[in-house]
Ligand binder design. Structure first.
Ligand SMILES: Nc1nc2c(ncn2[C@@H]2O[C@H](COP(=O)(O)OP(=O)(O)OP(=O)(O)O)[C@@H](O)[C@H]2O)c(=O)[nH]1
Ligand SMILES: [Mg+2]
Length: 157
């Protein structure tokens, strides 16, 4: 049984970088050629010295119906977008659609900030209406930043 609050769920549309962000968090090598996640991948991790499980949910449309079940008893939900206009719009729709299923807390990551024309996190935050942090999963040096965000948000509920 996974205890409430020891589970972190990554959701968001397909290809926004959830699996890459989990690799960044875990200090794994970031693969550029990466297959879409089928259904769900679960990884063990440690946040604030406490064991937790990271649920990396498949983002393709055909897997999204499963999210409501995956989100059950999640201590923190991380909603990932790729910081493009179109995807931020889609991400807001996700938020509206399943907000009642989020556990105790939800934050957003505005990923792919390395790309030219990416929308800055402050602007994404305004559009989504939830706490949003900018990040780039491809930048290995942002490992500490991502870990600090999750450790801060995982406890401050
Ligand atoms: N430029 C850039 N590319 C990224 C970044 N993060 C991920 N990518 C690329 O985006 C593609 C999709 O990344 P994934 O991590 O598989 O995305 P995902 O959200 O897990 O996708 P699904 O498993 O289908 O839901 C890959 O080619 C990654 O290399 C980033 O911060 N910047
Ligand atoms: Mg994935």
């Amino acid at each position: 049984m996974i205890e409430r609050k020891s589970k972190v769920c990554f959701i968001g549309e397909g290809g926004v970088g959830k699996t890459s962000l989990v690799s960044l968090l875990q200090g794994k090598e970031i693969q550029k050629e990466i297959s879409p996640t089928v259904g769900l991948e679960i990884e063990d991790s440690v946040l604030n010295g406490t064991k937790c499980s990271i649920w990396d949910c498949g983002g393709q449309k055909r897997f999204q119906f499963m999210w409501k079940d995956f989100l059950r008893a999640s201590g923190l939900t991380v909603l990932v977008c790729d910081s493009t206009e179109e995807n931020v719009r889609e991400t807001r729709e996700i938020l509206e659609r399943i907000s009642s299923h989020f556990g105790s807390k939800v934050i957003a990551l505005a990923n792919k900030q390395d790309l030219k024309n990416s929308i800055p996190p402050e602007k994404v935050e305004k559009q989504l209406g939830i706490k949003t942090y900018g990040i780039s999963a491809l930048r290995a040096e942002q490992h500490d930043k991502l870990r600090n965000i999750l450790e801060k948000e995982f406890t401050s509920k």
